[in-house]
Each structure stands twice: as structure tokens, then as C-alpha cells.
Design a protein around this ligand. Structure first.
Ligand code: SF4
Ligand code: SF4
Length: 335
């Protein structure tokens, strides 16, 4: 098994394209912020045009189509076909499992690299308490249908204090469901997680000890079953160098109102580095996220310190106990 940190590269790009922000669920940790991201459903012609903006480097770009819930878009299948025509390096749809508009009937497995399902608990009770009643069953039946039709499936498990205790049950579940990839995410203090009065960010965030004790172990167990596992590094050891992806990689988070961010932690603020105008990517004037990427601080990620400082800890002399990695720095286990 190979266990490696995925280095940032200028030659590889990720395009996270939110084609709408509407959703049938209202997960307690939802990061969609309609005040900042708009509530439009992009017409298919606009989706085609915007994919075209990124098409000169399509063969180096991993495309993720997401929402809201992207399968609520009646023309999602046409967006997938256009992305394939433009030869994006990989095409993924992130879904909450409901698979609206018979999406599996309208595309074929060769058009899509992964259909990625979000599940936030190994049991119905835990998942549905976070994501909504009926969601657990929708995900399990959605994966079953997709696998029967030959689609490659992945799963995203967003870890918080509410569900970390069930992560150890996931190796058995993912094996039963026959998924090809498993992504562990960390709860982000954005959108609902940062505003809900009933759950403070500190209460939702997982401690460093729990993270380091549970995540690598579960990841190894799942990878040992032949499944590729990816999880964020979060904490850097003293000998690991910090890099901000905003300075050394090309990641674009595109929203229906035309905002384009390079750092997902900035998404609750009008700090986006670009906007799409008349089908062109236009750089925003200072101050925007790119001005923050340049700041060097002993805590590592500057946006983490500003937005979600609950995961920082300091020694008596004021030095940080650990550096926080870029949220896009991943550890990957290849069986
Ligand atoms: S987290 Fe995803 S599935 Fe849940 S409400 Fe938000 S957009 Fe919908
Ligand atoms: S998460 Fe932090 S380190 Fe990564 S791009 Fe954003 S500001 Fe930079």
C-alpha cells in the first residue's frame, strides 16, 4: 500500500463547479451560503460557456460538478456530456444520494469518472440526524442502483464531533456497498456550521488527538480492502513544510453568481479572487484572497487562523503547538 501526501502542482488543476445552490436537504453543516453564492440555477448554455473558460487546460483539470444538489439541475446530463467533449481529465458528480431527474438513465458510466455520495454516519440515526430523515436510505439505494449500472462510486464522510465515533464502522459498510474511493473530509466552519446558534464551531470541530488517533487508522483499514482513501492532513508535524495552495496550485471554486474563489475557507466572504464576466475570468482588485495567501504566519494557514481558530493551540511562550496545513493538502492511500 502506498501512503503519500499529494504535493500541490501548478500542472494539475481542480475545478469545483457549483451549477446551482438549491438543495432538497438542509444538512446541519451545509457550507452553501446563498447570500454570498447566489440562488440561481445556471442555464445549460451558461454552464457550457463557463466550462469553455477552463477548457484550454481541460486535460489537466479534474472537474467536480456540485451544488446544492446537482441532480436537481434538469440538464446535468448535458453538462456532463459537454465536459467529456471538452476532455476534462476527470469528471465527478457530488450528490446527496437522491439522484433526481433520472440522471443514471441519461448518462453512461463512460461519461463519468465518479459518482460521489455524501454519507455522514455509519448508521441511519447518526447520518439522518445530520443530513435529514430518509437520507441514509437514499444514499444506500442510490449507490446500489449506480453500481448495478456500472458507475464507479465514491463516498465522502465529513467528520465532526457528531459522527467521528462511527467512522470505525465505515470499513465494513464501504466494503458492503462496493465503493471505489473513500474521502474523509473535516468539518469546515463555513455556512451553517459557522452560524447555527445550537452548535458552536468549537463543539463541532474534532480535537487534534481524536483526529490523529482515529483517521489514519480507519483510512488504512479501508485501503487494505482495495479502496483508495483520501483525507486532509490538517495538522503538520514540525518537519513538514507549509504551503498555501493559493500560491502554488490552481484550484477554482465557481459559484452561480459568477464568483470564483481559490480557497474554500474564504467562501463566506466577498474575498474571491476572480469573477466571471461575459464568459471571461476577471481578476478582482485588492484586497482579495490572493493578498492573504502571501502572509506567512507561524500557525500555517492564515485563513484558518482568521476564520476557525478553534483548532489552534499555543505553548506558554506564545508559539503555536502545531501548524495547520492548507485545507487542500491531502494524504492518499493507494492499495
Ligand atoms: S451539505 Fe450538500 S446535501 Fe446537505 S444541504 Fe448542503 S448542499 Fe444540500
Ligand atoms: S486553506 Fe489556507 S493555506 Fe489553503 S489556500 Fe486557503 S488560505 Fe491558503
Amino acid at each position: 500500500m502506498r501512503n503519500q501526501t499529494v504535493a500541490f502542482s501548478k500542472d494539475s488543476s481542480n475545478l469545483f463547479f457549483h451549477i446551482l445552490t438549491r438543495c432538497n436537504l438542509s444538512c446541519s453543516h451545509c457550507y452553501i451560503n446563498r447570500e454570498q453564492h447566489g440562488d440561481q440555477t445556471l442555464p445549460i448554455d451558461t454552464i457550457r460557456d463557463w466550462l469553455g473558460i477552463f477548457s484550454p487546460k481541460a486535460n489537466q483539470t479534474n472537474l467536480v460538478l456540485l451544488g446544492g444538489e446537482p441532480t436537481l439541475h434538469p440538464d446535468l446530463h448535458l453538462a456532463v456530456k459537454e465536459a467529456r467533449r471538452l476532455q476534462f481529465k476527470s469528471i465527478t458528480i457530488d450528490t446527496n444520494g437522491y439522484l433526481f431527474h433520472d440522471i443514471l438513465e441519461k448518462i453512461t458510466p463512460d461519461l463519468l469518472d465518479f459518482l460521489s455520495f455524501s454519507l455522514d454516519g455509519a448508521t441511519r440515526n447518526t447520518n439522518d440526524a445530520i443530513r435529514g430523515k430518509g437520507c441514509y436510505d437514499a444514499v444506500l439505494s442510490g449507490i446500489k442502483k449506480a453500481r448495478e449500472r456500472g458507475f464507479a462510486c465514491s463516498m465522502i464522510y465529513t467528520v465532526s464531533d457528531k459522527n467521528i465515533h462511527e467512522l470505525t464502522q465505515m470499513p465494513a459498510l464501504v466494503q458492503k456497498l462496493d465503493v471505489d474511493r473513500f474521502f474523509i473530509q473535516v468539518i469546515g466552519m463555513r455556512g451553517e456550521s459557522s452560524t447555527s446558534s445550537s452548535q458552536t464551531p468549537r463543539a463541532l470541530q474534532v480535537s487534534k488527538d481524536s483526529w490523529l488517533e482515529i483517521i489514519p487508522q480507519v483510512a488504512e483499514k479501508i485501503a487494505a480492502q482495495g479502496i483508495i482513501v483520501t483525507y486532509p492532513k490538517v495538522f503538520l508535524s514540525n518537519d513538514e513544510a507549509f504551503q498555501c495552495a493559493g500560491n502554488v496550485a490552481k484550484n477554482y471554486f465557481v459559484f452561480p453568481n459568477g464568483r470564483v474563489y481559490q480557497c474554500p475557507i474564504c467562501e463566506d466572504f466577498p474575498l474571491h479572487s476572480h469573477e466571471i464576466h461575459d464568459n471571461h475570468l476577471v481578476a478582482m482588485p485588492p484586497i482579495n484572497e490572493t493578498d492573504l495567501f502571501k502572509l506567512t504566519i507561524p500557525e500555517g494557514c492564515v485563513m484558518n487562523k482568521m476564520i476557525q481558530p478553534a483548532n489552534l493551540a499555543y505553548r506558554a511562550d506564545g508559539r503555536p503547538r502545531h501548524k495547520i496545513a492548507c485545507c487542500m493538502l491531502k494524504q492518499e492511500l493507494l492499495p
